[in-house]
Write a protein that binds this ligand. Structure first.
Ligand SMILES: Nc1ncnc2c1ncn2[C@@H]1O[C@H](COP(=O)(O)OP(=O)(O)O)[C@@H](O)[C@H]1O
Ligand SMILES: [Mg+2]
Length: 164
């Protein structure tokens, strides 16, 4: 499966969706979060960490100033926020790509900024405002590992929320 579009109607629903994904992720997964400010990227990440490393979920905060937060778990989770970067060259200078092909799970907010550094194999998730507390969330999988992951996500989410 390559694409799945869902609608959530509250921050809690977005967090639960993240948790459902988090319970299915494993080492080497790269989650690229895209979309505007307030879209729900950090909220979703809190859910992913709750699913993948429950002992660390209370630590999740937007790493806008730290750039990266690391959460311990069976597999370490690296949570990036590239909001402040003007170009991928600045990101490259700091050497963050070293984490991307490593043995952890990566979640990157403002992944658009990665441009040519964006790993080819990834699960890209775009958040769009859809009125009030609604968010349209589009999952796009690139590469067989991430496509299989997306199929498993589609199998656990409520069909009522699937738009296509
Ligand atoms: N369906 C929804 N999903 C996620 N967040 C929502 C939703 N509806 C309202 N919100 C609100 O939108 C904001 C999302 O914030 P955040 O997760 O920090 O966004 P981002 O990291 O994309 O900037 C929060 O204030 C949250 O309460
Ligand atoms: Mg954020």
């Amino acid at each position: 499966m390559q694409q799945l579009i869902l609608l959530t109607c509250s921050p809690d629903e977005t967090e639960v969706l993240g948790q459902q994904l988090g319970s299915l992720v494993s080492a080497g997964i790269f989650i690229a979060l895209c979309g505007e400010l307030g879209g729900g990227k950090t909220c979703f990440t809190r859910g992913v960490v709750a699913g993948a490393a429950p002992q660390s979920s209370h630590l999740v905060a937007s790493p806008t100033f730290a750039i990266m937060n690391e959460y311990p778990g069976i597999t370490p989770i690296y949570h990036f926020d590239f909001y402040r970067f003007a170009s991928c060259h600045e990101i490259a200078e700091l050497g963050f790509e070293d984490y991307f092909q490593g043995h952890g799970i990566c979640i990157a907010e403002w992944a658009e900024k990665l441009d040519e550094l964006l790993p080819r194999e990834r699960l890209e998730i775009t958040f769009e405002h859809a009125g009030d507390d609604r968010r349209r969330i589009t999952f796009t999988a690139c590469g067989s590992v991430h496509e299989t992951l997306l199929e498993r996500v589609a199998g656990v989410v409520s069909p009522r929320k699937t738009l296509t």
